[in-house]
Design a protein around this ligand. Structure first.
Ligand code: ZN
Length: 312
């Protein structure tokens, strides 16, 4: 039997089939074409799976389930994804008109956590949390081997824990969310401020004062090289992330908190600092709290993790 996985994004659909060894055996990608409406998009997702099966001589009857990662949330087969202009779309029933197998859909960060649970940093966890530090802060929670999204499918949005009252405005409409301090976007914002206010800084020197040249990687690289102004930006980032981690520990007490997303490419340099800053954030002294690790975020994790929704 095979598990079908679909990584549905605003611009592209990636689809693949995973075998019993949890190996991706084939994949394809097509444009999403959001503007055509959900019926056509779901038709194309089903078509991608069927044509993959045919091309690889796999009978469609050998596909046990279809898992779909979406940039939004789903409950009871109904999907909402603002970037796709999807509000209460009957994803499961519409997909079943094409391929009548169990259909699972979940938030794409939750799908990434499912991937880490089966193949990566959350393997063997009773309770595991993935934080993806990218443009935004995605988060996925695994409890007893199953993704946890709350009573209405909207839970586990750890990026929107408020950590600074009246802080930086967030895309969600609130202020001071964890996401606004602990993402690539935050590093760029602070890096640009540094370029403007600190002409003596290495960031100013390397960018020639051009704000468009400030990237999260550049801020992290300057910090790695020991530039004290860039290091201060990273320290602020880490301090806020540790506040979020403390809250997560006090609510969920996970075995592992894994860090993924583009910022985590800074590797051990970042990890060491996060571990140090997060120590003693749990309320009980001298007790074992979560191991903090780097996610493996393998190739095609979005497709494979989506397929693995069929295992839970
Ligand atoms: Zn927010």
């Amino acid at each position: 039997m095979y598990l079908a996985g679909i990584d549905l994004g605003g611009t592209g659909i990636k689809a693949g089939l995973v075998d019993q060894n949890l190996s991706l055996v084939c994949k394809t990608s097509i444009p999403t074409g959001v503007e055509r409406g959900y019926v056509q998009v779901i038709n194309d997702m089903a078509g991608a799976i069927i044509s993959l099966a045919e091309k690889n001589s796999i009978p469609v009857s050998q596909i046990a389930s279809i898992g779909i990662g979406i940039p939004g949330f789903a409950r009871k087969g109904i999907a909402t994804a603002v970037n796709l202009y999807w509000i209460d779309v009957p994803l499961e029933s519409e997909m079943k008109t094409h391929i009548d197998v169990p259909v699972f859909a979940d938030n794409d960060a939750t799908v990434a956590a499912v991937y880490e649970y089966h193949l990566g940093a959350l393997k063997g966890c009773d309770v595991g949390v993935l934080l993806t530090l990218g443009t935004g802060l995605g988060s996925g929670i695994i409890i007893n081997g199953k993704p946890f999204s709350g009573a209405h499918g909207m839970g586990g949005e750890l990026g929107h824990i408020e950590i600074v009252p009246d802080g930086v405005p967030c895309t969600c409409g609130n202020k001071g969310c964890l996401e606004t301090y602990t993402t690539a976007t935050a590093l760029i914002r602070q890096g640009r401020r540094c370029v403007v206010e600190r002409p003596e800084s290495r960031l100013h020197h390397l960018t020639g004062g051009e704000l468009d040249k400030v990237t999260a990687k550049l801020v992290l690289d300057c910090a790695k090289e020991g530039d004290h102004i860039a290091l201060a930006i990273v320290d602020e980032f880490v301090k806020h992330l540790a506040m979020g981690i403390g809250t997560i520990e006090n609510i969920l007490d996970p075995d592992v908190i894994a860090l993924g997303g583009g910022v985590s490419a800074a590797g051990e340099f970042l990890l060491e600092r996060v571990i140090k800053a997060s120590a003693n954030k749990g309320i009980f002294a001298n007790q074992k709290y979560a191991d903090i690790k780097l996610a493996i975020s393998g190739n095609d994790a979005g497709i494979i993790g989506a397929a693995m929704l069929g295992l839970s």
